[in-house]
Ligand binder design. Structure first.
Ligand SMILES: Nc1ncnc2c1ncn2[C@@H]1O[C@H](COP(=O)(O)OP(=O)(O)O)[C@@H](O)[C@H]1O
Ligand SMILES: [Mg+2]
Length: 398
């Protein structure tokens, strides 16, 4: 135990209160995990869908413990220098320029190039010293004089090689810089790793960490979160809205709405001065919570039922007819993918049957022979994949 920073919580309840005081609404399971992080020198791995409060929890932990937050945002292809340290090349260069004269003196009476190089070499340690070391978050958290919270965000995006480096560092809380020496920590940082599960993390990493699966919150907690954000939406409507969002999460959407979307929706409805949640007003604003075209149509189709489960509203045919099941095999928590911005697919989807009647297509220019009404392309589940794969065809055509 290494509580030199005085942020000692006596109980799980105290953690719940402290988090709430900083705007983070936690249940006991979540708070218990946080409590353990402050008591055991073990990193915490939080997994779960996007937008459920993983990153926010690390920030809240920094606030309640009064520690400085250091954040390592992971991405594909990232190498360890961005996590550990780099040499501050610019600074080295600046120093050599300013010190040109002095360096000149060192080599002034060297008889030949080789001995000049040797003399400079003997001074190398000056330039590869702590002064020129640019700490990145991992090393910084270990070197830091004051205790820190180290957030390693979206670790699933990092390559396995970096994951191995993280593992090594987290095991010992020390970093070796060959030219300088080994840094060890005075107060181990509280480490929080988050993952959106885009790939499996190594068993070794999981073994080393306390583990928390953070899913969408209970209705009660989600309502508390919405309330805590002072969205301006009356409580009764907020409660109803939370239920509707929960209903949307049960549809097989490509990207289920997260807590931040519930908050945004509440704010939007408040700004519009809505006093009653009707299927119409919710449908009109649905794009605040569902961001993919197909999802929007699915959401709108389900809206009457979500607003009033007993209503017998005829399902709009084409909404129920297709689009269902899309997203399988994509995984739940995809990041933006090119197929969704395929303009043709988007336009074709908008032009779904029923948007205009046949007469519209025929009478646009009655002087012309009637335009054959070609059947609209059906937007089927694999359409996105096909248009994405169409890149191949396009290449061949060039
Ligand atoms: N328990 C919570 N208490 C308060 N706000 C929350 C909570 N969980 C999520 N949020 C809100 O949801 C947003 C998204 O959370 P974030 O931590 O960014 O999600 P992710 O899990 O993707 O890291 C936050 O900015 C915050 O406003
Ligand atoms: Mg996040």
């Amino acid at each position: 135990m290494s509580q030199t920073d005085g942020a000692q919580f006596a109980s799980v309840d105290e953690v719940v209160e402290a988090l709430a005081a900083h705007g983070y609404i936690a249940d006991t399971r979540l708070a218990t995990t946080v409590f353990l992080v402050t008591r055991l020198d073990k990193p915490l791995l939080i997994e779960g869908p996007a937008g459920v409060g993983k990153t926010e929890l690390a920030k809240a932990l920094a606030l309640i413990s009064g520690r400085r937050l250091l954040r390592l945002q992971c991405y594909e292809g990232q190498d360890e220098t961005k996590a550990l340290y780099e040499w501050d090349y610019g600074k080295q260069l600046l120093y050599t320029q300013i010190l040109r004269e002095k360096i000149g003196q060192v080599v002034a009476d060297a008889p030949d190039l080789e001995s000049a190089v040797d003399r400079i070499g003997a001074q190398e340690s000056v330039f590869f010293s702590e002064r020129f070391l640019a700490s990145r978050p991992l090393l910084e958290s270990i070197r830091s004089a004051d205790p820190t919270v180290l957030l390693i965000d979206e670790v699933d995006r990092a390559d396995e090689a970096l994951e191995a480096v993280l593992l090594e560092t987290l095991a010992e809380f020390q970093v070796s810089v060959p030219e300088v020496g080994t840094f060890t920590t005075k107060t181990p940082p509280y480490v929080v790793l988050t993952s959106n599960n885009t790939r499996d993390l190594s068993a070794a990493l999981k073994r080393r960490c306390l583990h928390l699966f953070l899913d969408y919150p209970s209705a009660e907690r989600e309502l508390a979160i919405v309330r805590s954000k002072n969205t301006g939406l009356p409580d009764a409507l907020a409660a109803q809205l939370v239920e509707i969002v929960r209903g949307l999460r049960e549809l097989e959407l490509r990207k289920a709405p997260s807590i931040s979307e519930t908050i945004d929706w509440a704010r939007t409805l408040a700004v519009l001065g809505v006093t009653e949640l009707t299927a119409t007003v919710l449908s009109d604003t649905a794009s605040v919570v569902v961001k993919y075209d197909k999802d929007v149509r699915k959401a709108i189709g389900a809206m009457p039922r979500l607003v009033d489960p007993n209503a017998t509203v005829p399902e709009p045919g084409h909404v129920a007819g297709h689009g269902h099941g899309h997203g399988h095999g994509h995984g739940e928590h995809q990041h933006d993918e090119p197929d969704e911005v395929d303009g043709r697919a988007v336009r074709a989807a908008k032009d779904a049957e029923g948007r205009h009647d046949e007469a519209y297509y025929r009478t646009r220019d009655s002087a012309q022979p009637p335009v054959p009404v070609t059947p609209k392309p059906k937007v089927t589940a694999d359409r996105g994949a096909r248009s994405f794969g169409a890149g191949l065809g396009r290449k061949r055509a060039l």
